[in-house]
Write a protein that binds this ligand. Structure first.
Ligand SMILES: Cc1ncc(COP(=O)(O)O)c(C=O)c1O
Length: 417
């Protein structure tokens, strides 16, 4: 039995199997944009640990910063005591936003979303929060109440959070949408939801991904997010953007909302922020971040090692955004050139790219599995999103040569379907 087979067998014996893996990759180590398995095989990384390793694996600056911090202290519960590193990273983080802001640190995406929901309700004194279909916000009860990219993620865990509503996201594959359905959905919110279901004065916030990730890399029309911002302003409803996946340079801008010229009130972050260490944050307008003392805190949020890594990430990522645009375009064009009946569309921004596979207009799940598996056997790692979208989220520092080679192999496998 190979070492990888043995580890996979033991994994199924000792770990709860509530998640599904795409292919049998057993990772040993990684450097830059290359991952090595326990048998010594090499792979081009188009996952980055699912949008986390923005600066690549084994980044020396991150290693040095974390090592230096290790010699000072690892952890000392920021919500009970003070340290300068937490202030420095928060100051740097808010400097990217178009408002006077404050930060609350968390350990993960879902915890950032939970915090944002509490802040929205706490600040406004209103109960309702409106999310969007086909979204992914996490797997704890609050965030799960707005997660609807697959029903298996929520169905057996009900009842979920009360006073929540889901309205359609403007995805052209939503059966209710014919082409751009932005104005239909905005009209539905104003003329139907606000008249029949809930008084807008009871709505604390809208929670939305500026580009849906897990739902299949769905980019909404600009006028949709702008219209939603207007409805928010008109009704004093907060606009919470979940940038857990899109944030920190992934789309070629520091934050995806910059593509849409909208201003959020609260932004949820995690994934890339900690450079591979668990770190999330909610960044919000200072006047909104006003929960009473003692009402919200955590033990590990703002862990010193994670913050040391984040300080490097926030310094480095703005410098590599032009490479994100350039390599994103290269990958996008390579995928779009696949000669396949089944390639419905290539979508995305920067290095967040999805190739949607459809057969007779319906999601082509077997096609997706085949492409991912065959690419894996040829040394390229990517996973799926939505029902049948090949999703590419490589490290933001990926070299042009690897971006070219990795995306060409995936494009070839799509063509072979
Ligand atoms: C947009 C978005 N929000 C929230 C989450 C949840 O993050 P985590 O898995 O760190 O809880 C994810 C994870 O993929 C995500 O993509």
């Amino acid at each position: 039995m190979s070492l990888s087979s043995k580890i996979i067998e033991e994994d199924s014996r000792y770990l709860m199997q509530s998640f599904s893996r795409w292919y049998p990759l057993v990772i040993d180590h990684a450097k830059g944009s290359i991952v090595y398995d326990v048998e010594g095989r090499e792979y081009i990384d188009m996952n980055a640990g699912i949008g986390v390793m923005a600066l690549g694996h084994g980044n020396e600056k991150v290693i040095n910063a974390v090592q230096e911090q290790m010699r000072k202290f690892f952890h000392y519960s920021l919500t009970d005591f003070y340290y300068d590193l937490a202030v420095r990273v928060a100051r740097k983080l808010v400097s990217f936003f178009p408002f006077q802001g404050k930060v609350f640190y968390t350990n993960s995406g879902t915890e950032s979303v939970e915090a944002s929901l509490k802040i929205a309700r706490g600040h406004t004194g209103r109960q309702y929060i409106i999310g969007f279909t086909n979204s992914f916000h996490g797997r704890t009860f609050g965030s799960m109440s707005f997660t609807s990219s697959k029903y298996v993620q929520r169905s057996i865990f009900s009842p979920l959070l009360p006073s929540t509503l889901l309205v359609p996201y403007p995805d052209r594959h939503n059966p209710l949408c014919q082409g751009d359905c932005s104005s239909a959905i905005l009209g539905y919110i104003e003329d139907w939801v606000f008249k029949k279901i809930v008084d807008p004065n009871d709505v604390a916030a809208f929670l939305i991904e500026p580009i849906q990730g897990e739902g299949g890399v769905v980019v909404p029309p600009k006028q949709f997010l702008q219209g939603l911002e207007k409805i928010s302003r008109d009704n004093e409803i907060l606009l919470i953007l979940d940038e857990v996946q899109t944030g920190i340079g992934r789309t070629g801008r520091m934050f995806a909302y910059e593509h849409f010229d909208v201003k959020p009130d609260l932004v949820c972050l995690a994934k890339a922020l900690g450079g591979g260490l668990p770190l999330g944050a909610v960044v919000g307008r200072s006047e909104v971040m006003d929960l009473p003392r003692g009402s919200h805190a955590n033990t590990f949020g703002g862990n010193a090692l994670a913050l040391a890594a984040a300080e490097v990430v926030l310094e480095e990522v703005p410098r590599i955004l032009s490479g994100v645009e350039r390599n994103g375009k290269l990958i996008f064009d390579n995928l779009a050139s696949s000669n396949s009946l089944y390639l419905e569309e290539v979508r995305g921004r920067g290095l967040m790219i999805g190739a949607d596979l459809r057969k007779d207009g319906k999601p082509f799940e077997e096609g997706l599995e085949k492409v991912l598996h065959k690419s894996f056997l040829r040394g390229v790692l990517a996973i799926g999103a939505g029902e049948s979208t090949v999703r590419l989220l490589p490290p933001l520092i990926i070299e042009e040569e690897l971006a070219q080679k990795g995306s060409s192999i995936i494009a070839q496998e799509i063509s072979k379907l």
